[in-house]
Design a protein around this ligand. Structure first.
Ligand SMILES: Nc1nc2c(ncn2[C@@H]2O[C@H](COP(=O)(O)OP(=O)(O)OP(=O)(O)O)[C@@H](O)[C@H]2O)c(=O)[nH]1
Ligand SMILES: [Mg+2]
Length: 227
């Protein structure tokens, strides 16, 4: 008997790309930049968002979708810093968010009243790289505790991203991590990457990040909620 093979993965990815396009159209119609934060587990995505909501939430309307494999811990942490609804997506074992989940989450977000949308992806340097969520850009958080060679070990993530945010720079004196070496590895896999340096635990540690966020908002439209 003849064998018939169906490439299920290709079909799933093609469907995801269609849904991602719908997300992109909705974001575009409301002039909302969307940043998909990706990293290995524990690189500092949630803490950076907690600080961002607390520090910029009075000036910009920030919406958040956060993905977790099994809990809604991150959403609970973030909800303490904003009056707005934080959309928790529990992926029930999946190692990434997909475009259908984002599309569903958008139904509960008033995009016309949003200046900037954050998507905190599942902590994983492999799976989220392959899934288009319709975001404006993927932003990789790369902490100084991870070792400099992550970009060459997990190149797809760094190739898909536009920006690398180096995190936990306050720990630099305590770990064998050379920033120049890490940047060199990043550039080996993606010469177009831009870099930000941050520490969520130091008072001035997120200034570059905040300037970057304002630039994203301004690139789409004047903010609606500046006081
Ligand atoms: N020293 C230091 N610790 C940090 C910094 N940012 C985050 N941490 C700590 O790193 C740990 C992980 O931070 P999270 O914000 O939960 O990291 P995450 O990327 O959201 O983790 P997952 O969602 O599990 O992938 C926590 O104990 C944070 O307090 C930083 O800038 N400096
Ligand atoms: Mg988190």
């Amino acid at each position: 008997m003849a064998v018939r093979t169906i490439d299920v993965r290709e079909r799933i990815m093609a469907r995801n790309d269609e849904l991602a396009e719908q997300v992109r159209e909705r974001l575009h119609a409301s002039h909302v930049p969307a940043l998909n934060l990706v990293s290995s587990p524990g690189a500092g995505k949630t803490l950076m968002l907690e600080r961002t909501l607390a520090d910029l939430g009075g000036e910009l309307v920030l919406s958040v979708i956060t993905g977790d494999v099994q809990t809604q811990n991150d959403a609970d942490r973030l909800a303490r810093h904003t009056d707005r609804l934080v959309q928790a997506v529990i992926t029930a074992g999946a190692c990434h968010l997909d475009a259908r989940q984002i599309l569903t989450a958008l139904d509960a977000i008033d995009l016309d009243a949003t200046d900037l949308l954050f998507i905190e992806n599942v902590g994983n340097l492999v799976c989220p790289a392959s899934w288009d969520l319709g975001e404006s850009a993927k932003v990789v958080l790369f902490s100084v505790t991870e070792g400099e060679d992550k970009p060459v070990k997990y190149p797809k993530m760094f190739q898909q991203a536009r920006t690398v945010v180096l995190t936990k720079l306050d720990l630099l004196p305590h770990v064998p991590f050379r920033v120049e070496r890490a940047v060199e590895y990043c550039r080996q896999v993606n010469p177009a990457l831009e870099f930000l340096s941050t520490s969520a635990l130091q008072p001035e540690g997120l200034q570059e990040w905040y300037a970057f966020l304002w630039a994203q908002v301004r690139s789409k439209q004047p903010p609606r909620t500046v006081r």
